[in-house]
Design a protein around this ligand. Structure first.
Ligand SMILES: Cc1ncc(C[n+]2csc(CCOP(=O)(O)OP(=O)(O)O)c2C)c(N)n1
Ligand SMILES: [Mg+2]
Length: 726
């Protein structure tokens, strides 16, 4: 309901600020009150067991409305958290849309019934889907701001190009856009909070970090999370920031703070930090009762600061609205909240068939025929025909794709030739600890190829932000052994962006990861495998080439496709003589999910991938020479999707099968393949399915131990002979 204000504010009634017009005060109150009433309505429905979870924004409304009124939906970008109901109302999410999520309706525009209430998402308003994980959204906001800056400097990169992922992402950008991300004060304890401030500060990115400080993280008071009890004091020395600390229950002061913060960001000076002190009158969530851990006096003191009551009093005191007008306004908003609930309760639930939608892109199928191609013919040129290493052909693919697609950025630890560009006139450049990115910064510049901080979550979290804007981050995790700090981002964010937003957003980033052992001295922390942890995460594509040509073609498909890809590069294979190949040209792609029979045979199927492929071939050759056993060796090449048809065809032919991998035997990738074979090909088998893998331990430094721990050709040969004689 639109409401004209009854009288102008009397001059001098608000000594504190007085910057809002009466109409703005009413507008702010309407949003604040509506937010509270939608919470109240949800709480009622939760009591009636008609919705299944409730977390409120009560007490945070003034600060959030201020942000929503200052920033521009569909222009600026938003990475909010679960309390941000009033922010989202101010941006244009409707109470009905909120209620549709609360009931888990098919028409829930944020997630199609997949996420809890208040897990916002709206492509139209530029609200990017966020998870329940505290703080992960901050690095997405940073990557989003980087992408916005990149597009505004390189508008040609925004062009929609058919034939790859770019065909499915509309790019929007404005030179002075701002990215808002918000979080509670407790969540500032997460390392990713500091990782996000680091990059925003260093790159002077236009990100507003809004801390909604209600003094508690569930039952944990602020001083436990924040030494000294005030986060503003701890962050005060970050360069390039504009800082605001404000009473977040006062909309007028909050609006003024956000205006200054946004002006700083829009003018390109750097990020801003808005620390709002708010209250939490409704406990943490419906499942929490703060009487269990807060004194009555403390709760009463909070209640006196309730922003709804205070604003109502102020409108009355300043004569902006009469008591009757306030009653009428509130009544209409009560009705709006109630009607939203009724509408949502009548809405149909999602179909069971919808569950599998949007796990992966439905637009671009990386297993499709469009990715089938042949390596370019060297045309009799001896130089072009020279076999090159896997490292060379990965590097060549990166350079080719960067030439073809200006949306690609490459970053990670040590991937630049030299961060101090001026050194490049004298030095050769680093280009990665394994030299896989050598020369890329020199050719494409420091805006597209750069070093990240030494922080894996930072690398992946920013990549998600970049990718949601339609860029293609191709980032490097230096060693698989150190992927774990990014695991939260990979599993809860990267893999889930598309599914949890019901196709509203996607994060098709490529993570190149140096993996594996057989290094002689690689030891525990430079030899790990663990691919099954990622194949056990729906939403990720997992690629694991065994030779130079496959690495080149599969990396190109990874970059051009529209899903997030973990691209495992075996360190031992980077420069092996085995598997070298001539450069296959700039358009060579290999579809995912197509295994390669690297040695045909009729007695036993040996299914493997990665660095075990050459070892399996050795074993197969010896089996043939010494025992007359004809082994068919199948290189899976991609682990998700994997080529079930090729496995089945081979097993039907041989009736005996071994699955071999470098990773530990128990709970490994082979267990799933073996179980499927046992389940679906039982009738075709003449013997049990055998597995060969590493011992169930980590890889030791001493080479004698390393050899014993990792699967060697001898062990594979033994399995072959045993199985043939079974
Ligand atoms: C990474 C992570 N750890 C734990 C949780 C469980 N959890 C949800 S909210 C919360 C407290 C958050 O407190 P704060 O950051 O102050 O935000 P507030 O809820 O007070 O607004 C916790 C521990 C979570 N969601 N994510
Ligand atoms: Mg809190």
């Amino acid at each position: 309901m639109e409401l004209a204000v009854s009288s102008a504010r009397e001059p001098g009634t608000d000594a504190a600020s007085g910057s809002l017009s009466p109409q703005q005060m009413v507008d702010a109150y309407r949003l604040m009150y509506l937010s509270r009433r939608v919470d109240d309505r949800e709480i009622l429905l939760k009591r009636q067991q008609k919705i299944f979870f409730q977390v409120s924004g009560a007490g945070h409304e003034a600060l959030q409305v201020a942000a929503g009124l200052v920033l521009r939906p569909g222009y600026d970008w938003f990475f909010p958290y679960y309390r941000d109901r009033a922010l989202c109302l101010a941006l244009g999410v409707t109470p009905t849309e909120m209620m549709l999520q609360a009931v888990g309706a098919a028409d829930d525009p944020a997630s199609g019934g997949r996420q809890m209430p208040t897990h916002w998402s709206s492509p139209r308003l530029h609200i990017v889907s966020t998870s329940s994980s505290t703080t992960t959204q901050l690095l997405h906001a940073v990557g989003c701001a980087e992408a916005g800056r990149y597009f505004s400097r390189h508008p040609e990169a925004a062009e929609k190009v058919p034939g790859d992922y770019r065909a499915y992402h509309d790019v929007e950008f404005h030179g002075d856009e701002v990215v808002l991300t918000s979080l509670g004060e407790g969540s500032t304890s997460q390392g990713e909070f500091w990782e996000a401030l680091n990059t925003a500060s260093n790159k002077r990115l236009p990100v507003i970090f809004c801390i909604e400080d209600n003094g508690y993280a569930i039952s944990v008071p602020v001083e436990v999370n924040t030494p000294g009890g005030n986060i503003s004091r701890l962050v005060a020395n970050f360069p390039n920031f504009h800082f605001e600390e404000v009473d977040g229950t006062d909309p007028e002061a909050s609006i003024a703070a956000f205006e200054r913060a946004a002006a700083h960001c829009r003018s390109g000076l750097g990020p801003a930090f808005v620390h709002g002190h708010v209250i939490r009158p409704y406990s943490h969530s419906y499942s929490d009762d703060d009487k269990l851990y807060r004194s009555a006096a403390e709760r009463e003191a909070d209640a006196l600061r309730d922003p709804i009551a205070r604003m109502q009093m102020r409108l009355l005191r300043e004569g902006i609205l009469s008591a009757e007008e306030i009653t009428a306004l509130e009544h209409s908003l009560d009705l709006e909240a109630a009607e939203a609930g009724e509408r949502a309760l009548a809405a149909p639930a999602p179909s069971i068939a919808s569950i599998t939608e949007h796990v992966y892109s439905s637009d671009l199928d990386p297993t499709g025929a469009q990715f089938e191609s042949d390596p370019a013919d060297p045309n009799g040129e001896p130089k072009a025909a020279t076999p090159r290493t896997m490292a060379d052909l990965i590097n060549a693919c990166l350079a080719d794709e960067m030439r073809r697609d200006p949306r690609i950025v490459v970053y990670g630890e040590d991937v630049a030739d030299a961060s101090r560009e001026q050194a490049l006139s004298e030095v050769k450049g680093k280009g990665g600890v394994f030299k896989l990115t050598a020369g890329l910064q020199t050719e494409f510049g420091s805006e597209r190829v750069f070093n990240s901080p030494l922080a894996e979550a930072n690398i992946v979290g920013r990549a998600i932000g970049y990718a949601t804007r339609g860029m293609k981050p191709v980032v490097e995790i230096q060693f698989f052994d150190y992927i774990w700090p990014a695991m939260h981002q990979i599993r809860n964010e990267l893999a889930l962006m598309r599914w949890r937003s019901n196709g509203g957003w996607a994060a098709p980033a490529v993570l190149r990861v140096a993996i594996g052992g057989y290094l002689t001295g690689g030891a525990i922390y430079h030899s790990q495998s663990g691919e099954s942890i990622f194949t056990h995460t729906p939403g990720l594509r997992v690629v694991f080439p065994s030779n130079a040509l496959d690495a080149n073609g599969l990396l190109r498909t990874s970059i051009r496709c529209d899903d997030p890809v973990l691209f495992f590069e075996h360190k031992r294979l980077y420069r092996e003589t085995y598997g070298r190949a001539p450069y296959p040209g700039p358009d060579f792609t290999i579809p995912f999910g197509k295994a390669k029979v690297v040695r045909p045979g009729s007695h036993i199927s040996l299914i493997t991938y990665g660095a075990v492929v050459p070892r399996a071939l050795q074993a197969a050759q010896r089996a043939h020479r010494q025992h007359g056993i004809d082994v068919e060796v199948i290189d899976l090449r991609t682990l998700n999707p994997f080529d079930w048809d090729s496995i089945a065809a081979s097993v039907r032919k041989t009736s005996r099968v071994i699955v071999a991998h470098e990773d530990m035997l128990s709970w490994g990738y082979g267990a799933e393949i073996a179980a499927r074979i046992a389940d679906q090909l039982f009738e075709d088998l003449d013997a049990p399915v055998r597995r060969v893998g590493a011992m169930d331990t980590f890889v030791a430094y001493q080479p004698l131990l390393e050899d014993a721990i990792l699967p060697q050709p001898d062990a594979i040969l033994k399995a072959i002979v045993d199985l043939k004689n079974f």
